[in-house]
Design a protein around this ligand. Structure first.
Ligand SMILES: [Zn+2]
Length: 203
């Protein structure tokens, strides 16, 4: 895409997220209210600087976690921050139409979906049918984990493994390959820490 001029580079977008999370943790969030003129301006169009694939968990709202305002983040939330046809379609839209320079897969500590996947894989737990379908997206991420670890350690490793798994699957799409090679976009994984409010960006 040569006709597109993103307001931010991927690195600038990443820095904005890191700065926003630091403000959030420090209790210095900038966006307590919304201004009418901002909404009027945004009604003309959106140019979010980052796309976030996060979990539906009520404790991890991306806009608050990154102290981002209206129009700044394009957000997809699904239990366990997994992929699926509709989600891939939404991400494809973000890439090809909105041209967000940065994509973040945002998992979180204590994720119930990951916990359920652990129970399914290591303890034979069975969920309702559609939840099972959801968990199938997480199970491959747990392949290299040792099920004998203490529960908390296992969940911590599994959360991170699940984020890395989703990132790898996204990297495997032809578009991601082309865009990453061309330097148009950046894709990173991150884990939100429930207790501290901090986002840990993965290498
Ligand atoms: Zn979760």
């Amino acid at each position: 895409m040569t006709d597109h001029h993103a307001a931010y580079t991927a690195d600038e977008a990443l820095q904005r997220l890191k700065d926003g999370n630091a403000r959030f943790v420090a209790g210095e969030a900038r966006f307590p209210t919304v201004q009418k003129e901002v909404l009027a301006e945004l009604a003309k169009g959106q140019q979010p600087y980052a796309t976030i694939l996060g979990c539906s968990d009520s404790r991890v709202p991306p806009e608050l976690v990154f102290d981002a305002g209206f129009g700044e983040l394009f957000v997809v939330r699904v239990a366990g921050n997994v992929l699926g046809p509709s989600i891939l379609g939404t991400l494809q839209y973000a890439g090809s139409h909105l041209h967000t320079p940065l994509f973040v897969v945002l998992g979180h500590e204590g994720c119930g979906a990951v916990k359920a996947a652990i129970a399914s894989k290591f303890h034979g737990a069975v969920q309702k049918s559609r939840i099972e379908v959801l968990l199938e997206n997480i199970l491959p991420a747990l392949d290299t984990l040792d099920g004998e670890q203490p529960d908390e350690v296992l969940l911590h490793s599994a959360v991170e493994a699940n984020v890395r798994h989703t990132v790898r699957e996204l990297l495997d799409t032809p578009e991601a390959k082309a865009n990453l090679v061309a330097g148009h976009m950046k894709l990173v994984g991150a884990v939100y820490e429930l207790e501290s409010g901090r986002v840990r960006f993965l290498d």
